[in-house]
Design a protein around this ligand. Structure first.
Ligand code: N01
Length: 575
């Protein structure tokens, strides 16, 4: 299905918004369940995040062998990743392979944006409207809109007058952007910028980086896939997946549960050096208390700053690049030659922390009274995280309540799966679930599997709607907030708390209690006859939910690492 311009109302069992990894897997499962479905996708192809983020250097910072679907061992065995960390084109190729392999495209309507979703209380169904004039009627409305999909484009004065091209990393053009011979501005120094800057610098005549807050970044030490490593994992991929799922992050890496404060300075130095040499996000697993005790965190932050100063030649530039906030409080970045880039004579770092960007001129960017002449600008300015994609759609539930109104003071959900007032509306990796704090693809699969069992159960018992109760939702929101308070992560101005964009409510949005505890909770709710939810219209109330899909998430938990006692003792390395 490519596009539609009909004004008639089509009816399906489920409408899915978004054809990224979440929407694709949901479609696959809905078909297996025997439900009819239509997926609406704004882009011209599948892949979601990996469709939109085509900026130079875009690459996943979760290892390739762990960043893929796990629902089919055959798929796992057939696909081969070429590098330790996959570049964006390869992940997009994988998404396309999956779409072809499972014949997904025939139920995906591309180049179409959902504009409104309205719950019709009389019919107990959703009516979804698109910018192509479609009106689709469905029992279930499933939001697979992504957590980092609504690009943040700061409205700088004069931007409309700027003569050169402006590209946001999250909405990158499909044609190659060639920076050869150009004076380039990059605004922002988060994960996207840190990947793009070394590549852009290699092409540009000059590169000026406008930095508001420096990030901590750890070298990726990316390399070609080691065939022996790949072979070992593929010998028993399900066991490897199970091991990963039992970790707070939903991906496997060695980590140390001991306290940084119990180690001597020499021991810490040794530990950090070894972890730095392995590189990537697992660096944060050097000790168990790094995200809980400020004194412990200071030790890793000091180590990271020493590494920056050892690489960057100019002391003033090195000072600017050294963060002074909690290490790992904002999302840790992973890089290839980021700091080295600032040793090149044509690369300039401009601090806009005290003197923000004032405006664009026709030919440049002005801050602190200085007009930096540039031919083109790259906005690496991030996203309205977690709720931004919901905000773009007018979602109206029972009694005319809109989701934007309900979430005005911050998102409220039960388990990050659904929200009171919006029956039969599911959100994949929604706020209140581990989502961005865990490996995204397992997070997606676990949510979809839970939802599919839930929808199957509703069919079994003849239920028309499902909706959480306010008490259970309130308790979950309280729990999400309490757990967040335990972590230093709740203390800084990150996108996790909506602080990157003026005017957004400050609430820690993802669930920080760890993936396995969360999965356990979801399983328990399912087993307890969907505890905390009200099913309306059910004819057979005694039938227990079948757990065809969720069964595979019942992995033995490593309770030393993820038990409530471990959380209370502040010994849960969360990445
Ligand atoms: O966005 P960001 P991102 N004036 O929000 C700055 C994932 N990801 O696209 O920190 C000047 O991190 C802003 O400054 P500040 C990953 O989860 C993963 O880089 O708000 N500057 C910041 O420096 C990541 O965390 C991968 O003070 C302004 C930058 O723009 C998430 O996506 C790769 C500004 C935005 O950084 C988002 O990363 C890429 C302004 N008005 C992304 N407004 C991998 O898997 C914002 N900034 C490797």
């Amino acid at each position: 299905m490519s596009t539609s311009t009909t004004n008639t109302v089509d009816a399906v069992d489920a409408i899915v918004v978004g054809a990224g990894f979440a929407g694709m897997y949901m479609l696959h499962c809905l078909r297996e369940l025997g439900l009819s479905a239509r997926v609406i996708e704004a882009g011209s192809g599948v892949g979601g995040t990996w469709y939109w983020n085509r900026y130079p250097g875009a690459r996943c910072d979760v290892e390739s062998m762990q960043y893929s679907y796990s629902f089919s061992d055959k798929l796992d065995q057939d696909w081969e990743w070429s590098e330790k960390y996959s570049p964006q084109p390869e992940i997009l190729a994988y998404a396309n392979h999956v779409a072809d392999r499972y014949d997904l495209r025939r139920d995906i309507q591309f180049n179409t944006r959902v504009t409104e979703a309205t719950f019709n209380e009389a019919a107990n169904r959703w009516i979804v409207a698109t910018d192509q004039g479609d009106r689709i009627d469905a029992q279930f409305c499933i939001m697979a809109v992504g957590c980092l999909s609504a690009a943040n484009r700061p409205p700088f004065d004069g931007l409309d007058d700027f003569q050169g091209p402006v590209h946001h990393t999250g909405e990158w053009p499909h044609d190659d952007v060639d920076f050869t011979g150009l004076d380039v501005a990059v605004i922002g120094t988060g994960s996207s910028a840190i990947q793009a800057i070394p590549i852009i610098a290699a092409q540009a005549k000059s590169l000026t980086v406008f930095q508001r807050t420096p990030s901590y970044t750890v070298p990726a030490w990316n390399e070609k896939m080691d065939p022996e490593y790949e072979r070992d994992i593929k010998e028993d991929y399900p066991a490897f997946r199970a091991k990963a799922r039992a970790r707070p992050t939903g991906f496997y890496f060695p980590f140390n549960m001991e306290s940084a404060l119990d180690a001597t300075p020499a021991e810490r130095e040794h530990q950090y050096e070894e972890a730095w040499a392995r590189g990537g996000l697992p660096f944060l697993g050097s000790y168990g208390d790094l995200l809980f005790e400020t004194d412990a965190n200071d030790t890793i932050a000091d180590f990271a700053r020493t590494k920056i100063r050892a690489v960057v030649d100019d002391p003033a530039t090195a000072d600017l690049l050294c963060p002074d906030n909690v290490f790992g409080c904002k999302r840790l970045c992973v890089d290839t030659n980021y700091y080295q880039t600032y040793n090149q004579p044509h690369v300039t770092l401009v601090d806009v922390s005290e003197n923000p960007i004032e405006r664009f001129t026709t030919t440049g960017v002005v801050t602190n009274g200085i007009d930096y002449k540039v031919d083109t600008a790259v906005f690496a300015t991030g996203f309205a995280a977690m709720t931004g994609s919901f905000d773009k759609i007018k979602i109206t539930g029972r009694d005319g309540l809109t989701l934007a109104e309900k979430w005005r003071a911050g998102p409220r959900t039960y388990l990050g799966l659904s929200t009171v007032g919006f029956p039969n509306l599911f959100m994949i990796t929604g706020p209140g679930s581990p989502s961005v704090l865990a490996n995204m693809i397992p997070s997606i699969e676990q949510h979809v599997d839970w939802m599919v069992d839930c929808m199957g159960h509703m069919r079994d018992v003849g239920a028309a709607t499902i909706e959480p109760t306010l008490t259970y939702e309130d308790d979950w929101v309280k729990h999400v907030n309490e757990v967040a308070q335990v972590s230093l992560r709740s203390t800084c101005s990150s996108w996790y708390v909506g602080a990157n964009i003026p005017g957004r409510p400050r609430v820690f949005m993802p669930y920080i209690g760890g993936f396995p505890i969360y999965v356990n909770k979801c399983n328990e709710v399912m087993t307890n006859n969907l505890e905390g939810f009200i099913l309306k219209g059910a004819a057979k109330t005694t039938t227990a939910p079948r757990t065809r899909w969720t069964e595979r998430w019942r992995v033995p938990l490593d309770m030393d690492i993820i038990s409530p006692a471990a959380i209370a003792a502040k010994r849960v390395p969360v990445v």
